[in-house]
Every structure is written in C-alpha cells, then in structure tokens.
Design a binder for this molecule. Sequence first.
Ligand code: FAD
Length: 129
Amino acid sequence: ACYEAALQYAGERVQFGKPLAGFQLVQEKLTRMLSQLTTMQLYCRRIADLESRGALRPTQASLAKYTCTRTARDIARDARDLLGGNGILLENRVIQHLVDIEAIHTYEGTESVQALLIGRDITGIGAFV
Ligand SMILES: Cc1cc2nc3c(=O)[nH]c(=O)nc-3n(C[C@H](O)[C@H](O)[C@H](O)COP(=O)(O)OP(=O)(O)OC[C@H]3O[C@@H](n4cnc5c(N)ncnc54)[C@H](O)[C@@H]3O)c2cc1C
C-alpha cells in the first residue's frame, strides 16, 4: 500500500515543472521500494511452501520475520518521505502503515531477538541465555 501510494503521488505531484516521478532520485527510490517489496513477497512465498510441506524450521521463520519487518519499515519510511509534508497526514494512509509496522517490528519477537535466534543457529553459539 505504501509503495502504491508513493508511486501514485510521484506521478501526480508537480515540482520544478514536472512530476516527481520524472526525477532520477525519485525513480531510484521507487525502484528500491519495488525491489524490497518483491524480496519480501519471495520470502513469504518460500516459507509458505516450506510450512505447507511441514519442513519450516523456526530459524527460517525468524529470518523471514527479521527481513520482512525491517524491510517493510524501510519501505514505509521511504514512502512517507516521497509524499513530503503530505506524508504525515492520516488521509494519505502512509503514516498509518508506518506506525502500524512499528508494532509488528516488536511483537512476536523483536528484531534484535530474531537476530539472536538466527545468530545462534548459524554460529552454534547462543549470545543470550
Ligand atoms: C501491538 C503489540 C501487541 C502485542 N501483543 C501481544 C500478545 O498478544 N501477546 C503477548 O504475549 N505479547 C504481546 N505483545 C508484547 C510483545 O511480545 C513484547 O513487547 C515483545 O516481546 C518485546 O518485549 P518487551 O516489550 O518486554 O521489550 P524488552 O524485552 O524489554 O526489549 C526492549 C528492547 O531491548 C531489546 N532486547 C531485549 N533483550 C535483548 C538482548 N538479549 N540483546 C539485545 N537486545 C535485547 C529488544 O529487542 C528491544 O529492542 C505485544 C506488543 C505490541 C507492541
């Protein structure tokens, strides 16, 4: 939703005589958002496949949660930035998603705790209790 809102806004908002979407830096931001979004979708697709086969390991779920929540935060932040001042208005939806993702970042395992679980799995050394 944040990506779609940013893309639409960039096509409509005119600054310096042309739509924001016509500026190279804006296109790079949109490209990064789409790239990140596709990465998240592939993660989710992959763990859904593993889960449906009964083959999903907890650390794989941690890796997906770690990646998708931090990436969703980045996308929401970039979208808010692309909407400029309008990005903080609730009616433009992006700020609501940005705040919502903050909760998901923390519950069902914070980013740091997911990292500790993954770190223990890949190194064999538990860095917490
Ligand atoms: C919207 C929302 C809904 C929730 N719903 C539920 C629910 O339905 N059921 C439920 O049981 N709980 C729920 N929670 C609670 C959630 O699971 C906890 O907030 C979460 O586990 C983090 O615990 P904490 O808040 O005590 O933070 P803390 O454990 O105090 O952590 C604070 C910070 O320290 C970091 N940290 C902690 N330990 C380490 C460490 N060893 N090394 C490095 N960093 C560390 C954390 O990553 C975090 O950044 C919900 C939380 C939110 C925000």
